[in-house]
Design a protein around this ligand. Structure first.
Ligand SMILES: *Cc1c(COP(=O)(O)O)cnc(C)c1O
Length: 383
C-alpha cells in the first residue's frame, strides 16, 4: 500500500529525484564520481551556509550523532545535552553509549530550551566539555533557539553539537554565522529525498576537540578522523573511506540543485505556506496547536487531541479509509497529540487539499460542524 505521507519525515519526493536514482550502479570512485561528489558537497555547503568540512556518510542521521560524540569526547567526560522531547532523550542515551557523563538541560515538552538555563548549568558544571542539542525537536515540533544556545556555549569556550536532522533546509541555519561546530542532517527530511545518506559539517573548534583526543578512538567507521584521512589522502580518486550509496547521492544531487536553484529562502517559504494552510484548516475544525509561536516549527505541526474521541481513531481512519499517514505522539505524548509533516509532497496544494478534506470527512461523520470555506482558506495555489 502506497500511503500518502504526512508524517514528520521521511517524505514523498519529486519524480525527478526518483528517476535520477533509477540508474545502473556506478562506482563510488574515479574521475566521474569525483565530479558528482564535488558538486554535491558544494551544494550542501551552500545549504549549511558554511565553509566547513562536510562529509557524506551512508546511513541514518543517528550514526552521525554517534560519530560526533564518539570522535570529540572521551569516555568519562561530561557533556550537557538538551532534553525537551523524545529526540533529546535519545541524544542523551547516545552520549551514555560512549560512556559520557550526561548533564540534562531540561525543558518541558512543547517548550523550547532556555539559553539562560544553559548559562547557569555551564557555570555549575565546569567539567563540561561540550553541549549537544536538537535544533527542531520533531517529537514536539518545537524549534529550539539555536543561535542563542550556540552563543552561550561559546561564551564558555565549548563546542556545540547540533542535531539538525529535521531542520536543515527547512528553516534558516547559517552554520558559520552562528558558529555551529558540528551540524548533522539527512537527505530524507527537509531536503526531500529518500533515506540512505546523512551529512556532517565539522568546524575548526570541533577539529581541535577531535585532535585533542588523539588516543581516544571509538571504532573506525564512525570516527571523524577516518573520514578526514580519506578526504585528504585519497582526494584525487576515492574521497570517502567506504562504498557510497551512489544512487541515493545522484537523487540527492537533483533535489539540492533544485533547492539551491530556486533559492534557500523560497524553499523555507514553501514549508511555511504549507504549515499555514494545514494549521488554518485544522484550526477551522477545532484543533489546537501544541506549540506556541514563535517556537512552532514550520516543518511539522503537533495538534492536541480532542476530548471527544481518541486520537488513534482519527489516525486509523486516515490510514485505513483515506490512505493517508500522520504520526501519533512519541513517548509521553502518545495519545495526547498527532503530528503532521509539511515536507515533500505533503507541502503541495493537491496533497494538502486532499488531507484537509479527509480530516473534514472524519469530523463531519463525528457530528462536528464548521465552515467548509474556512477549512481551505489558508490554501494558496502556489505552495
Ligand atoms: C528523524 C530524526 C532523527 C532520527 O534520524 P535517523 O535518520 O532515523 O537516525 C533524529 N533526530 C531528529 C530531530 C529527527 O527528526
Amino acid at each position: 500500500m502506497q500511503y500518502k505521507l504526512f508524517i514528520p519525515g521521511p517524505c514523498e519526493v519529486d519524480e525527478a529525484v526518483l528517476s535520477a536514482m533509477a540508474q545502473q550502479t556506478r562506482p563510488h570512485y574515479g574521475a566521474e564520481w569525483l565530479e558528482v561528489h564535488r558538486e554535491v558537497s558544494s551544494l550542501l555547503r551552500q545549504i549549511f551556509e558554511t565553509e566547513n568540512d562536510i562529509f557524506l556518510v551512508p546511513g541514518a542521521g543517528s550514526a552521525l550523532l554517534d560519530m560526533a560524540l564518539g570522535s570529540m569526547l572521551a569516555t568519562g567526560e561530561t557533556v550537557i545535552v538538551g532534553d525537551n522531547g523524545f529526540f533529546g532523550s535519545r541524544l542523551q542515551a547516545m552520549a551514555r553509549g560512549y560512556g559520557l557523563r550526561v548533564v540534562s538541560l531540561l525543558a518541558e515538552h512543547g517548550h523550547p530550551l532556555d539559553p539562560d538555563d544553559l548559562r547557569r548549568l555551564l557555570a555549575r558544571e565546569p567539567a563540561a566539555r561540550a553541549v549537544a542539542v536538537i535544533h527542531h525537536e520533531t517529537a514536539t515540533t518545537v524549534l529550539n533557539p539555536l543561535q542563542e544556545l550556540a552563543a552561550v556555549t561559546h561564551e564558555a569556550g565549548l563546542p556545540i553539537i547540533v542535531d539538525a536532522i529535521s531542520s536543515l533546509g527547512g528553516v534558516s541555519l547559517p552554520v558559520d554565522a552562528w558558529g555551529i561546530d558540528v551540524c548533522v542532517s539527512v537527505a530524507n527530511k527537509c531536503l526531500e529525498c529518500p533515506p540512505g545518506v546523512a551529512f556532517i559539517s565539522v568546524g575548526p573548534r570541533a577539529w581541535e576537540w577531535v585532535d585533542g583526543h588523539e588516543n581516544q578512538h571509538h571504532g573506525w567507521y564512525l570516527d571523524l578522523r577516518t573520514w578526514r584521512q580519506y578526504a585528504t589522502e585519497w582526494a584525487d580518486w576515492h574521497p570517502s573511506p567506504v562504498t557510497m550509496p551512489t544512487n541515493n547521492i545522484l537523487g540527492l544531487r537533483v533535489s539540492l540543485r533544485n533547492i539551491v536553484g530556486k533559492g534557500l529562502e523560497n524553499h523555507f517559504a514553501h514549508f511555511r505556506q504549507a504549515a499555514h494552510a494545514v494549521r488554518q484548516g485544522l484550526g477551522a475544525m477545532g484543533f489546537a496547536q501544541m506549540v506556541a509561536e514563535p517556537y512552532a516549527s514550520p516543518i511539522a505541526t503537533a495538534f492536541k487531541a480532542r476530548p471527544e474521541f481518541a486520537v488513534k481513531e482519527l489516525i486509523d481512519y486516515l490510514a485505513q479509509s483515506q490512505g493517508i499517514l500522520v504520526s501519533g505522539g512519541l513517548g509521553p505524548l502518545a495519545g495526547r497529540v498527532f503530528r503532521v509533516g509539511h515536507m515533500g509532497k505533503a507541502a503541495t496544494p493537491p496533497y494538502i487539499k486532499e488531507f484537509l478534506s479527509a480530516v473534514a470527512l472524519f469530523m463531519r461523520q463525528r457530528g462536528f460542524e464548521f465552515s467548509e470555506a474556512d477549512v481551505y482558506s489558508g490554501l494558496v495555489e502556489k505552495v
